[in-house]
Design a protein around this ligand. Sequence first.
Ligand code: ADP
Length: 497
Amino acid sequence: MRYILALDQGTTSSRAALFDSTGALHALRSREFTQIYPQPGWVEHDPMEMLESQLAVLRETAKSGIAPLDSIAAIGITNQRETTIVWEKDTGKPVCNAIVWQCRRTASECERLRERGLEEPIRRKTGLIVDAYFSGTKLKWILDRVPGARERARRGELLFGTVDSWIIWNLTGGLHVTDYTNASRTMLYNIHELRWDDEILEWLDIPEEMLPEVRENAGDFGALRPEILGRAIPIRGVAGDQQAALFGQACYEPGMVKSTYGTGCFVLMNTGARGVHSQNRLLTTIAWGLNGRVEYALEGSVFIAGAAIQWLRDELGLIRSSAESEEVAARVPDSGGVYLVPAFSGLGAPWWDMYARGTLVGLTRGTSRAHIVRAALESIAYETRDVVTAMARDADVEIQVLRADGGASANNLMMQFQADILDIPVERPACVETTALGAAYLAGLSAGVWPDQQSISEKWSMDRFFQPAMDAEHRSRLYGGWLRAVERSRGWIQGEE
Ligand code: ADP
């Protein structure tokens, strides 16, 4: 038996997963690391702590005794995207903490880019909306604030990387590379011409010398330094977490969609060789590049999904555990006209309203705990429908099926409501560790564990299928109610509240 070791460097934890050549998961280890909040709205990680946690779970998994070291054919890497690290080429020492994707410190820099009229050209080149979320302005911030950084970068003394680059550089002992998917989230990479964009680099005053070489998603990313495990296992696959999940869900045909229901919700649709320019403020991004061919995806993210369920549990005390939401919601046949719009930090795609705030509407004297819990679960499905509808419109395709994964996809009541409100079947795979699985598939493809994507598609197996069962009139009445509730939530706060 041959195995693949997948490293999943996430926002709150580093994980390592061991898969065999049938795609079965044999071991999963995870280690949390510190979230640093130096100021309201700022989020940092210590790159060394992140690396140590990743190395620790890598060693534990590789040495768990499940797979002999020489049966591990390759390593795959997937990672939290956009998080920005700058380190010294000579010493490997980071010049400051990693600026995490959630960090809003460069919001005003983004405002300035918009004032300079750069939003449209950046969007055309990168497929992204100008936002503090992406790496570009985070890197500029470091170059502006760390004394001497820009000069040193120009002299080739400092290197920039997203988390994949940082991990690879350290695991291999100095290979400075990234992959198409991570590059496509920097706001510096031209996703159509497949190169770092000179003009954007000039607008942000970023020296090209510090950027990593961009590689295909399955291929040569060096090998582990022998000191780490005693064997130089090759790194053969790399992709950012959401693209890895799309790959792990085997969404290889244009029009195939996956939705990951975690703290937030990330919906990606494969659009094939066509980088679709969204009319509905979705992002255009690289899905992967394989065998000289790049494929694209449309992406829409919802900020609060499972987090709304945590809110019911931690702030309102309406449920004891996230899982209990299903049982409580099932006590009522519907939400009794109650809608929760969990716009706790504004609304993401397709609304993009940072002034929206959470709203609970339709309350009557008969509203119960169960109605509110149900409304929260339904809100996740409504938010996903908003994004999926926008995608179908942008790509001009009829979506046949939605593949679900992530922690909250365990909720059967929510999944059935998702199918009902979309009028599209929802499939939940047997393996919901799709992010790690995607990285493993990419590495395994390149290492010859699997001959092609077709053979991976055939391995994708289903846990449960949710068939839409709601009549059209009922669906449109419910969804109409949601849209009215969203209107109530929009533009709620005024200015800097
Ligand atoms: P992340 O990777 O973003 O940390 P996970 O994929 O681990 O998230 O999913 C955790 C989220 O899913 C939490 O917000 C939790 O409240 C929610 N969740 C977990 N199980 C359920 C469930 N059975 N029903 C509804 N929500 C759930």
